[in-house]
Design a protein around this ligand. Structure first.
Ligand code: ADP
Length: 920
């Protein structure tokens, strides 16, 4: 603490500060003179500190020690700030008396200024422990209350009428969006927050409570800070002085906005309901104990065809259908006898014009205070139309049932809640069961479903029950009584749901699709076999025969070629010593005699009972079941295809016949592809004529290309030699650029020479097509090629291997050219730093040889597999790998001429396999 000296002594005489301090407060007062650091306390302050005048002499340093450790800084800061800023100050802090009693004190003070300097501090000192304790208790109580009422959103208010201030609890302020903690409105402010429509009502109610002590319980709207009004329900009670005058009023409020909203809706609904009843088409009436109509509404008059006046003359008995009268009277008596208070019944009335009106009647009896019957209230609803519809429905249902039982369709109707599965007879009989053999429960049906199909079926069903799909549809295998699986297509639709949308009833159909599915499967299988590239033609035919046999459930399949009453077996499945390809039979001894004569499918399922039983073939073969058809290749009847078994079977279905027809067509096309057959019929077909003409013109073109390229070669050779000459002779006389040009010229001309040579070779392939076929030992041919390419083989460090290769029917020169092209490519397109490894192999197939030239070179991206066989198509530029792009085009031409195919398979950066086939 800074101490300043000044001349103020006389001003601060004892009397003066005492008087000043006394003026400020009658509590303790104190003085601190800065210059001499003297502290003076009044008696009260000694008492508050728990010390006596004789026991303690106040000093600025020791006085501070009375303060609670945590509060000392607050005190020192307050005093220092006051001295510096020369402003009044106050602080609250805790002191601890020598006896250890903690007290809350409040000090207030002023600076005494002399010559612009603070020379002393003067002030009061007050023990506020009691006050603090009380406030704390209050706070706690309030907190507890707030906590308790938090959930119920109950707000509190306390209106100090005398001083006109409201205390509003936090919850109440929260309800109105008021953030300020100290907000405490006056009555006027409260009034302004009230909704204008509610103001008078609230004020009146308050006065009535304050003056007449009537209960204060009222709903009103207060404005939220967001401008909207909140509905509150307020209750309150006044606290009165002895004379009965209210001085305070305490109360609570509750947010009832939501409740109000609901009530409003209810009110509106009620109004609408009332209006609806007034305009109702439902007849209403009051009826006396004796049955006289006392009052009737318009709807009832209209319903019965009478005017109001006419009806009031009658009793209900007069217009009740005679058959329903006894029941009506009985019920009336029973209500009067208090057996029940009201009843509902279907009842027929007679219209004024005489026709019957079906109604639904609701009756209840009203009694007076003495429990004596007053009158009946009746509600009479016209249900004629409903009854008519019901009847119609029942009739059509009957008709539907009859119709459905005649079809192949199973019908089911599942009451889900009660788990009752209604079904028609067909539903069970299509699976070989009697209707009574399957319990009418969903579980019994579920048990029949194939485990592999159950999951999907149940998923589809539940999706539909949950309203996720428009219809339920599934296909599943179901166990028939015979133990076999049958394919059933089931479809259904929910026809009833409860108010929560839960499905109550679903109705549907079952169709046996076993045959359809089987047919689809065999079609699929045949398609798969036909498109399987790993099978050759021969294997494909056998696979199709086998699959068809299984589909038809028969034992033997034969494809025959028939020439001059000779039945030659081309294919058979399964093959046996008696039945195998190449074997010949007399057509007369085969069932196919009948097939061959007729273009339609020929089928027998129980030969013993068929006229065929008298034929030689039956005696020879003893086949009970047979299905077959003849087929043509290229417009000529070729032979038959047939499937048979020694056992009889059920009649062939139209689907089975269609499949046999399809298979025969496919077989025909396969045989059509066979080479020797093509050769046989070639000269006779117009197509072949055209091909021939085309190849003639092709040959002409080829000849032209040959001549052109041959003639071009000569001048080119001259250009090259002359340029070389020029280069050698004048090299020293020309500058570097000129020399470079010369080099370019030589390169370009050499390139062109190669190109022309290749073109020549390419055209030659066509040109020499008249060359005769010869036996070519391909081992020798390859050796020859290796000899030709010796230089590049040595240069590239390549190894070339080949297996024992066959002797084929071809033209050796072309075969050599083909191999040379392929092998030189393998040498050329080697991977940098890798020695080429080339192997040549051949695989034998029934009707052709398949060769393969494999290398470990740079490989070819599969998107270029086709492109590279076209003339002039190259993948690399000339700088990297020289070439003209004609090599593979030549290969393709040669292979095609041999009647084979060429293709490539490759892995980039691993190697390439060129395959080609040569027919036997
Ligand atoms: P080129 O005269 O360019 O060799 P080809 O018709 O023989 O012409 O080949 C066409 C293209 O096929 C070549 O440019 C090359 O990209 C690619 N090719 C041919 N054989 C191979 C092979 N064994 N390995 C990698 N790529 C090859």
């Amino acid at each position: 603490m800074k101490i300043r000296k000044n001349n103020y002594q006389e001003i601060l005489s004892d009397d003066k500060w005492r008087k000043m301090a006394t003026d400020m407060s009658h509590v303790g007062y104190w003085k601190y003179e800065i210059e001499n650091q003297s502290v003076s306390w009044s008696d009260q302050i000694y008492r508050i500190h728990g010390v006596t005048k004789s026991g303690y002499e106040p000093k600025i340093d020791s006085a501070i020690n009375f303060y609670h450790h945590d509060d000392r800084k607050v005190v020192i800061d307050a005093l220092e700030k006051a001295i510096k800023q020369k402003k009044p100050f106050e602080f609250r802090a805790r002191i601890i008396t020598p006896k250890g009693v903690e007290k809350h004190v409040e000090a207030k003070g002023k600076c005494y200024i002399s010559n612009g300097e603070t020379v002393a501090l003067l002030g009061t000192f007050n023990d506020i422990s009691h006050h603090i304790k009380q406030t704390k208790r209050l706070e706690e109580a309030n907190e507890r209350y707030e906590l308790a009422t938090k959930e119920s959103s109950m707000g509190l208010w306390d209106w100090d009428i005398k001083n006109d201030t409201f205390f509003w609890s936090k919850t109440l302020k929260d309800l109105l969006g008021i953030k300020s903690k100290s907000f405490s409105p006056t009555f006027k402010e409260f009034k302004n927050l009230l909704h204008p429509e509610d103001r008078d009502k609230v004020i009146k109610s308050l006065y009535k409570h304050l003056n007449k002590n009537l209960p204060y319980n009222i709903d009103f709207r207060l404005r939220h800070t967001n401008g909207k009004y909140i509905w509150l329900q307020a209750r309150g009670k006044a606290i009165r002085e002895d004379g009965g005058k209210a001085i305070r009023m305490l109360g609570s409020v509750e947010d009832v906005t939501e409740i109000k909203k609901v009530k409003d809706i209810q009110k509106r609904n009620e109004q609408q309901l009332r209006a609806a009843i007034d305009q109702a088409t439902v007849g209403k009436a009051l009826v006396s104990e004796k049955g006289e109509w006392l009052r009737v509404n318009n709807a009832l008059c209209k319903l019965l065809g009478y005017t109001e006046k006419e009806i009031l003359q009658l009793c209900f008995m007069d217009i009740t259908h005679p058959d329903d009268l006894p029941t009506s009277l009985k019920m009336k008596e029973e209500v009067l006898a208090k057996k029940y208070n009201s009843y509902q019944t279907e009842k027929r009335y007679l219209h004024k014009k005489g026709h019957v009106i079906h109604t639904l009647l609701n009756v209840s009896l009203v009694r007076d205070e003495n429990d004596q019957p007053l009158y009946f209230i009746s509600e009479i609803q016209d249900i004629s139309k409903l009854i008519k519809d019901k009847k119609k429905l029942a009739e059509s249902q009957e008709r539907l049932d009859v119709a459905l039982n005649a079809t192949d369709m199973g019908i089911w109707d599942w009451d889900i809640k009660n788990d009752i599965l209604f079904t028609n007879d067909k539903w069970a009989t299509m699976l070989g069961y009697k209707h009574s053999e399957i319990k009418p429960r969903f579980k019994s049906w579920e048990k029949l479903i194939h485990p592999d199909d159950k999951k999907t079926l149940l998923k589809n069903l539940h999706n539909h029950l949950d309203n996720k799909t428009k219809v339920y549809h599934a296909e599943a295998r179901v166990k028939a009584k015979s133990g076999k699986w049958k394919w059933v297509q089931t479809s259904g639709k929910v026809v009833e749901r409860d108010k929560n949308g839960e499905a109550l009833r679903i109705v549907g159909t079952h169709i046996n699709i076993t045959n359809k599915t089987k047919t689809l499967k065999i079609l699929h299988l045949i398609y798969e076999i036909a498109s399987d590239i790993t099978l050759d033609a021969h294997e494909k035919i056998n696979a199709v025969l086998k699959a068809t046999l299984e589909y038809l459930d028969l034992d033997l399949a034969i494809i025959s070629k028939i020439v001059d009453s000779k039945y030659k077996i081309r294919y058979a499945y399964p093959i046996s010593s008696k039945i195998k390809p190449g074997k010949e039979l007399d057509l007369n001894q085969t069932y196919c005699l009948n097939t061959f004569k007729n273009s339609r499918i020929f089928a027998i399922h129980h030969a013993k009972k068929h006229p065929i039983a008298k034929q030689v073939c039956y005696k020879k073969q003893q086949l009970e079941s047979y299905i077959g058809t003849r087929f043509s290749v290229n417009g000529r009847i070729y032979g038959t295809i047939n499937f048979s078994s020694k056992s009889d079977r059920k009649k062939f279905s139209s689907e089975e016949k269609t499949i046999v027809q399809l298979v025969s067509q496919w077989i025909a096309s396969q045989i059509n592809n066979e080479n020797h057959l093509q050769a046989l019929i070639k000269s006779e077909t117009r197509l072949e004529d055209t091909v021939e003409k085309l190849s003639e013109s092709n040959a002409e073109l080829g000849r032209f290309a040959y001549i052109a390229s041959h003639d071009l070669q000569e001048p080119l050779r001259t250009v090259i030699s002359l340029t070389e000459l020029l280069k050698n002779k004048y090299r020293d006389n020309l500058d570097e650029t000129a020399n470079q040009y010369l080099n370019f010229m030589v390169d370009a001309a050499t390139n062109m020479k190669d190109l022309v040579a290749d073109l020549l070779e390419y055209s030659r392939v066509d040109n020499q097509r008249t060359l005769l076929e010869e036996n070519v030992n391909t081992n020798k041919a390859i050796e020859y090629v290796i000899q030709n390419l010796k230089e590049s083989i040595t240069n590239s460090g390549a190894t070339i291997t080949h297996s024992d290769l066959p002797t084929i029917k071809a033209q050796s020169l072309r075969f050599i050219s083909l191999m040379q092209n392929l092998i030189s490519n393998s040498l050329k397109y080697k991977r940098p730093g890798k020695n080429p490894k080339i192997s040549i192999t051949a695989k034998e197939y029934k009707s052709y040889w398949q060769f393969c030239v494999e290398d470990n070179g740079i490989g070819i991206d599969h998107e270029y597999y086709k492109l590279i066989f076209e003339p002039f198509k190259r993948l690399q530029n000339k700088k990297e790998y020289s070439g003209t792009g004609i090599g593979l085009a030549i290969c393709k031409k040669i292979v095609n001429q041999f009647g084979g195919k060429i293709w490539v398979k490759s892995n980039l950066n691993k190697g390439t396999k060129f395959y080609f086939t040569i027919p036997k």
